[in-house]
Design a protein around this ligand. Structure first.
Ligand SMILES: [Cu+2]
Length: 117
């Protein structure tokens, strides 16, 4: 009886994990905007008008897709996902000059990776 209960629990947990894994899609535009985080207006690098940038909400097993558009005037860009193991997606790590060329001004890049933890 206990083995059957454990099997049912394990099966339902696996089902929940599979059922809840999903795709977390974000579209980000990086550009300069004037902000006043300390009451003094200054130029800041923003993502979708916010600084710090938006939070990604995801859980283990999800696939995160972030389309990044570099709308900075002169600067190259890369987004590094520090701490996320890029298993099967080493090109998605975002280390400029190591795993990818930078995103040039006016260009876009799509990051896609699976959340392992
Ligand atoms: Cu890092």
């Amino acid at each position: 009886m206990l083995k059957l209960l454990a099997l049912c629990l394990l099966t339902s947990l696996m089902y929940v994990q599979i059922a809840e894994a999903g795709i977390r899609y974000y579209k980000w535009e990086v550009k300069y905007e004037y902000k006043s985080p300390d009451c003094y207006k200054k130029l800041a690098i923003t993502i979708n008008g916010r600084t710090p940038g938006p939070t990604i909400l995801a859980q283990k097993g999800d696939t995160v897709i972030v389309e990044v558009k570099n709308s900075l005037m002169l600067e190259n860009l890369a987004i590094h996902w520090h701490g996320i193991r890029q298993i099967g997606s080493p090109w998605g790590d975002g280390t400029e000059g190591v795993t990818q060329c930078p995103i040039f001004p006016g260009d876009s890049f799509k990051y896609e990776f699976k959340v392992d933890n």
